[in-house]
Design a protein around this ligand. Structure first.
Ligand code: ZN
Length: 432
């Protein structure tokens, strides 16, 4: 393995720092795993740095997906999540992790794992540097009550407050970072309605209390109006979907917006409604079971959440046949096109708020001195065209922890050369 440079200077970049400031030209100096200087960098400080010539390209934080499933295996058959043998499944998860970071995602929050330890094993392997992947907060199988599972074969069943406590304790013993409650239905199952709520207040309260007692957060699949309110009342930290949030739920979310996150998984709804036909779920069928109504209701609600300053984050339940891994940044375009976010707001939601949902707001998600060097060098301006973040060829460099995961070799030669320190390690293999 080649020796790693201790300092890297991104010279002449357009700095999109995720503070909300307009991008500005300058340099960014990385030493070891941290950003140490941004804007006007003292040449003496950067004297020994390897130089990456930005030529005006955009330097920004790596992205966050707030609703990640490494173990969703691109299948059109939901039960395939349960029947895939664990050996093949782990391999698939490792490939998903790599696809995330290949796509510019350096932060992912696990939203459920199809088998007990897939997520935690991936997280630990990434953290140990054995495989490439984003920073990851691992989940376990989602908890559902009897009769309330979306996919039985990947569910951990629990009933009653005591059952919830035991399930949470068992998942914590596996090593998860957060707990997932599957509180409502999902129309594609054919039997579980999105507006059904399966958990009781006592069960949600018990699960959250037990998780929080152990310093773990709780996230929830919560499509119905009642489930959203239960989540807020009982302190569920991250609410997924929230499609049918009613006026009371909206007020509750707003009153608690200093701690609660909403991650709608919007691309799932859109793709399930409009793009699943070749996988046996045509638009007429999706509309017939209510996905059009759910999408329209969700968009109206999410726009209102955005207007009220409730934190809504991208992250889209990727990993089904019609929402395949690697298409993650579609969420940002949906936020702009459908939810009224400006491109800057969508990027802040995917970066600075990503740092918040990863519980490291002072270290992740911004291009600021002292932050960890998780950086993307983008060939283009994502504020002018948010969809370029979906094009991996435009993500020329990907850095995590100050180490390059990807170094572009297919971009134009730097101008003008400064012999001695220009990209002198260009030929070094990408570091995982
Ligand atoms: Zn999900």
């Amino acid at each position: 393995m080649p020796a790693l440079p201790t300092a890297i200077l991104f010279r002449d970049v357009s700095i999109l720092d995720s503070t909300g400031a307009d991008p500005y030209p300058g340099d960014v100096l990385v030493e070891n795993d941290r950003i140490v200087a941004v804007g006007a960098v003292d040449p003496a400080q950067a004297r020994d740095a390897r130089v990456i010539e930005g030529r005006g390209r955009t330097l920004m934080s790596g992205l966050c997906d707030a609703h990640t499933h490494f173990s969703w295996n691109n299948s059109a058959d939901l039960d395939g999540l349960g029947t895939m043998p664990v050996e093949e499944h782990l391999l698939f998860c490792l490939e998903s992790a790599r696809t995330y970071i290949d796509s510019g995602y350096t932060m992912c929050l696990g939203a459920a794992s199809a088998k007990d330890r897939l997520d935690v094993v991936c997280r630990d392997a990434i953290n140990a540097g054995r495989v490439p992947g984003p920073r990851y907060l691992a989940n376990g199988p989602e908890i559902a009550v009897t009769g309330g599972a979306l996919i039985k074969s990947i569910t951990k069943f629990a009933d009653g407050p005591e059952g919830m406590r035991k399930a949470v304790r068992e998942l914590i013993e596996f090593g998860v970072d957060q707990i997932k409650l599957s509180m409502t239905g999902e129309e594609i199952t054919g039997t579980q309605r999105a507006e059904d709520t399966y958990f009781s207040d006592e069960e949600v309260a018990a699960a959250v209390t037990e998780a929080h007692r152990r310093g773990k957060r709780v996230c929830a699949h919560a499509r119905s109006a009642e489930s959203v309110k239960m989540c807020v009342r009982h302190g569920v930290d991250i609410i997924y979907h929230a499609s049918f949030t009613d006026a009371e739920g909206m007020d509750l979310l707003e009153a608690n917006k200093h701690w609660v996150f909403v991650a709608p998984g919007l691309n799932w709804l859109i793709a399930t409604l409009y793009e699943a036909e070749s996988f046996g779920f045509p638009q007429e069928a999706a509309e017939a079971v209510g996905y059009k109504k759910e999408l329209d209701t969700a968009i109206a609600g999410l726009r209102e959440m955005h207007r009220r300053g409730i934190k809504v984050l991208p992250g889209g339940d990727y990993g089904f046949a019609w929402t395949p891994h690697g298409t993650y940044a579609r969420d940002l375009a949906h936020f702009v096109e459908l939810l009224g976010f400006t491109p800057m707001e969508a990027i802040i939601a995917a970066t600075a708020w990503g740092g918040e949902i990863m519980l490291r707001p002072d270290e992740l998600g911004k291009v600021q001195p002292g932050y960890l060097a998780d950086l993307l060098l983008i060939d283009g301006n994502p504020l002018a065209d948010i969809t370029i973040l979906q094009d991996r060829t435009k993500i020329n460099y990907i850095m995590k922890d100050g180490r390059f995961h990807k170094e572009a070799t297919d971009v134009a030669a730097p101008t003008p050369p400064n012999p001695g320190n220009i990209d002198r390690n260009q030929s070094a293999p990408a570091q995982a």
